[in-house]
Design a protein. Sequence first.
Length: 325
Amino acid sequence: MDRLPLTDIISIDEVCLDLDPHCRYALVIQDFYTGNPIDLLSTRRTNDTEPYFMAIPLEERARVRYLISDMYNPYINWVNRYFPNAVSVVDSFHVIQWITHKIDNHIRALIKHFKARDREAYITNGGIIDEHTYIPVSREVYLLQKYRWLILANNSSITYHTDLRMDSHLHCMMNTYDYEDCLFMIDPDLKELRDLKELYVQFNTRNAGKPMDARIEPDELIGKYLHCNQVMFRDFANLLIRNHDYIINSFVMVEKHGPGKIYSSRLSNGPIESLNRKAKDLKRLGRGYRNFEHFRTRFLYATRDNPVINAVTDYNPVSYFDMEN
């Protein structure tokens, strides 16, 4: 199947297919307006992507105005190499995902610490560790494992219940606020980490469709992060500085045509993440692909709205001959 023409807004992302040593991370190129895959490349390596894009006529590449991607530097630099009239857009989801991942790693380190403490206490009290040993889950490990979503989720998406319910592990009545307070008592840093994360989440939501306002506001936010006590947020501030213009471009809204209506949509890699899941599902349901071209054809055919398969139009019909008695 042929690639589709480039539009003025395209999204790019890699998907792990691991079909062979040459095709570990395939490159998905998507039309932002329709959600259709423009093409699927076997790799994101420069040795393969450069001849591919340079083979596309300059006139077509010059039509691209926005190139949406994550914070992978080679993708960001493609606007300078292949798309002369485009600007890079760093998807807001990946920015928030970066800091959420750092906080999650902090919580995982806490869980590991308390599990080691519980194991040591078990041995000190005369317990014997073997493959059948079960060490009871401590209060701290239980709360950090089951309720860390209260720290990681956007605060606006959490429904706080005030009614009390019996917690069978803690043997007491608890509501959402109680679980949150217990987490903060385990590690006071969790409250500061959650609050600092929420500052960016609120900024990201508040300025959707207002790129001019979004360009000014981050300076104060970056200043808070640079002078806070949390190393991960000082690193986050430096990330915001490095990708400032690309992040601001993500606040632009464009019109898209949906089922029977026109609606405004923020520049985002959300649609391509959904497309990546379809690629992984196709590989899983196929129970093993080893031929990339075969996989590419199946993927493009299954995910395009009106797929057209290349075929030979002039064919030799089968001739039938009457058998003489």
